[in-house]
Design a protein around this ligand. Structure first.
Ligand code: HPA
Length: 251
């Protein structure tokens, strides 16, 4: 079922739909990897075919460590997607990445464990050692950055995304260690998604939405992070996403 999709968007926490998607039809392709997070809504945005999938399900019922990343990506590919823009809600660690900032990271470090992180699992499957030096597809990143510039949306270029296991947030010591490691952002869903996308040969870039200062990273060291703050900041920062997507599709 190849619908020739121009762009697939995976939405994260607080981003459960694409408001501007017209004539959206739900699709739930069956893949060998089991159930995906929910329906893939395929519709039109400014005349281009766009697919949207809520990573945690439309009612946010799937926690980060239980997301069936393989099924989600395999389903998008089965529908005809070749380019995936992942929207990831994150905490900010370093100065440039405060709440409500949008960023397009260029590196990542994987701290997750126990997740199925490859398509090379089944016996008889070819073992792929895909290049992952640039975990996000440079050409798609450049297009996202160009789209933001032409839409007048402020987007930080670069940064290192640290993927943690969750669903709990991190300790201050964990964030201090991540800062020493070189992480600028912390989130729970960046991996294995990016690695799996590379194995499938999909172009993949991350648009990170900073929802909060990570533990101990903000001006008030013992600040408690609440889910309400996270959702408020995601809602505020998300106003930049529709114009950025439109510019990306136009480009
Ligand atoms: N840590 C991990 N994931 C997150 C955070 C955080 O502080 N905020 C939003 N997603």
């Amino acid at each position: 079922m190849d619908l020739a999709i121009d762009l697939a968007v995976i939405g994260g926490t607080g981003l459960y739909q694409l408001a501007d998607l017209q004539d959206a039809e739900p699709h739930q392709p069956v893949t060998r990897y089991g159930a995906l997070s929910g329906p893939v809504r395929v519709g039109t945005l400014d005349g281009r075919r766009v697919a949207f999938l809520a990573r945690h399900g439309e009612g946010h019922s799937v926690p980060p460590h239980k997301v069936n990343y393989r099924a989600n990506l395999a389903a998008l590919q089965a529908l005809g997607a070749k380019q995936v823009l992942a929207l990831n809600t994150v905490g900010g660690i370093t100065e440039r990445f405060g709440p409500r900032v949008l960023a397009c990271p260029d590196q990542l470090i994987d701290y997750t464990w126990g997740r199925v992180s490859t398509f090379c699992e089944e016996e008889g499957t070819e073992v792929l050692h895909v290049d992952f030096g640039d975990p996000y597809t440079p050409s798609l990143r450049q297009r996202v950055l160009g789209a933001a510039a032409s839409a007048g949306v402020t987007l930080v270029d670069g940064g290192c995304y640290g993927a943690t296991q969750g669903p709990r947030l991190e300790t201050r010591a964990e964030i201090a260690r991540m800062r020493r490691d070189g992480c600028d952002l912390v989130g729970m869903t960046g991996m294995p998604e990016a690695g799996l996308a590379r194995e499938l040969g999909l172009d993949y870039a991350c648009l990170a939405i900073v929802a909060n200062w990570a533990a101990g990273a903000g001006p008030q060291i013992d600040e408690v992070i609440t889910f309400e703050d996270v959702l408020d900041n995601v809602a505020a920062a998300s106003s930049g996403i529709p114009p950025l997507l439109r510019a990306l599709l136009a480009g």
